[in-house]
Design a protein around this ligand. Structure first.
Ligand SMILES: Nc1ncnc2c1ncn2[C@@H]1O[C@H](COP(=O)(O)OP(=O)(O)OP(=O)(O)O)[C@@H](O)[C@H]1O
Ligand SMILES: [Mg+2]
Length: 458
């Protein structure tokens, strides 16, 4: 069922219920009020007549004259009095032949209870038991409250009309307001429909009023900003990667092309093959890094996670880095280490964590004259702090904010071999492990990378 219809029905039903409750209670209280008033009037009449009859020299004809002269808005009034033997001692009625047939049971009831109220046909009747030193009678007074009942009927008609028109207005208003309420949603959906991956620059027009719709529009716009940023990043990444891949390929194909143009000596071929081999190795390394990038770019759910001993990861570094270049030296320095093994565990992917730290260590060796990296491990407040320090060329301050971007290389280091992917890969891996990475560097003095990783609590 459409939301518009649902809101209309809900709003309409609530108003309908309230109207029903109000009209119902107005009618109920009017009915009770009229009945009580009628009973009071009949009682007053019965009491005054009984008192008059109690007078010592009571004159029936005088009483009848009074009765017939009494102007009351009641119709078909009758009044009958019975003595203690149940004999009728007085009777009066507006219409000559109109008498109430009252059985002895009613009289007995009245004697027991003092007074009773009941109905005979359309007439309402009270039977009142009067006792004084002169007389003991039951006066039965009845009448038809034509006026009162007519007023009630009128009230009923008014209430029905109000109820029906109120309900129609409530449903119409519900339909109108739900339409107005939901209009912004339709507008937001229309705005989103024209935004596509190719045209991510457009944004949703947030209204002027500070309301939930504006909040929704702003939230969606923020989401679009993030999406656009990530699309742009991906586009830049692909462009850079293609460029990096095509450079060695172009170099290979042009070298082969030139050497195939005519017959050459074996030395020349060897030299070309040597150069092609370098390019192919470069390509191989790049594809390997790109594969690691792809692995680290997913969500942590897709990773193989296991408990990793962080000290073991660090201890594998010196041999591995030394294999890459015999000049590279890694000095390990472990601070106050806990005695329990499990205090050194981090949950993560061993290969990726190793790649991340290795990239930073290789940088430290690569960009320093002594080719030395000092790696320290400390545990502070349930966190592993790994610092990698070198006394190398350092990074200029204005470059620091870019070094974690893919393919970014600082100008001064252009002659060193590299793609500019090492740090951004390390950054991604550390973020994937809910850790943090920061850098502090002074050109000419050295650089310090600080990695923070959460410990696993068993
Ligand atoms: N310890 C360091 N000392 C000085 N400069 C550094 C250091 N670490 C990184 N840099 C600078 O940051 C840039 C980015 O580093 P990153 O590791 O991402 O790329 P790279 O080392 O050039 O190539 P590779 O992809 O092979 O790692 C480097 O080119 C270098 O200019
Ligand atoms: Mg590097």
């Amino acid at each position: 069922m459409p939301v518009k219809l649902r809101i209309t029905l809900l709003f309409g039903s609530i108003v309908l219920l309230i109207l029903l409750l109000v009209c119902g209670s107005v009618y109920y209280f009017s009915v009770t009020e009229r009945r009580n008033e009628m009973e009071d009037r009949l009682m007053n009449r019965a009491i005054t007549r009984a008192r008059l009859m109690g007078q010592r020299n009571f004159d029936q004809s005088l009483l009848r004259t009074i009765d017939s002269a009494t102007m009351m808005s009641l119709k078909d009034k009758t009044l009958q009095a019975y003595n203690y033997l149940g004999e009728k001692v007085y009777t009066y009625s507006d219409e000559p032949a109109d008498t109430l047939t009252v059985d002895s049971q009613v009289l007995d009831d009245a004697r027991v209870k003092g007074n009773i109220y009941f109905r005979i046909g359309k007439k309402e009747v009270v039977a009142y038991h009067h006792v004084d030193p002169n007389i003991r009678i039951v006066v039965v007074a009845g009448a038809y409250d034509e006026m009162g009942l007519m007023k009630l009927q009128q009230l009923r008609r008014i209430l029905w009309v109000s109820f029906l028109s109120g309900s129609i207005i409530a449903f119409a208003a519900g339909y109108f307001f739900s339409g107005r309420l939901l209009r912004p949603i339709k507008k937001i959906a229309d705005d989103i429909n024209v935004i596509s991956a190719q045209d991510l620059n457009r944004r949703i027009q947030a209204g002027e009023v500070h309301d939930e719709w504006q909040y929704l529009s702003e939230t969606l716009n923020q989401l679009l900003n993030r999406l656009q940023e990530s699309f742009d990043m991906q586009r830049r990444f692909i462009a850079n990667a293609s460029h990096e891949l095509s450079t060695p390929l172009t170099s290979i194909s042009s070298q082969l092309e030139v050497s195939l143009q005519k017959d050459r000596e074996a030395d020349k071929y060897r030299a070309v093959m040597q150069s092609v081999y370098q390019d192919v190795r470069h390509l191989g390394k790049l594809t390997q890094t790109l594969l690691e990038f792809a692995q680290a770019s997913g969500n942590p759910g897709g990773l193989e996670i296991q408990p990793v001993r962080i000290d073991e990861v660090l201890m594998a570094l010196p041999a591995d880095v030394n294999k890459l270049n015999p000049d590279y030296v890694v000095a390990l320095n472990f601070g106050n280490m806990p005695s329990e093994d499990h205090a050194l565990i981090v949950f993560g992917n061993t290969e990726l964590l190793f790649t991340a730290i290795r990239n930073i260590v290789v940088n430290a060796c690569k960009y320093s004259d002594d080719h030395k990296a000092i790696v320290k491990l400390d545990i502070e407040a349930q966190q592993f702090i790994i610092t990698i320090e070198d006394k190398g060329i350092g990074i200029p301050e204005h470059e620091l904010k870019y070094i974690f971007q893919p393919f970014y290389r600082v100008n001064e280091t252009d002659n060193a071999d590299g793609f500019g992917l090492g740090l951004s890969l390390a950054h991604r891996i550390i973020k994937l492990h809910k850790g943090d990475i920061a850098v502090d560097s002074r050109p000419g003095e050295g650089t310090l990378f600080r990695i923070v990783l959460p410990t696993s609590k068993f």
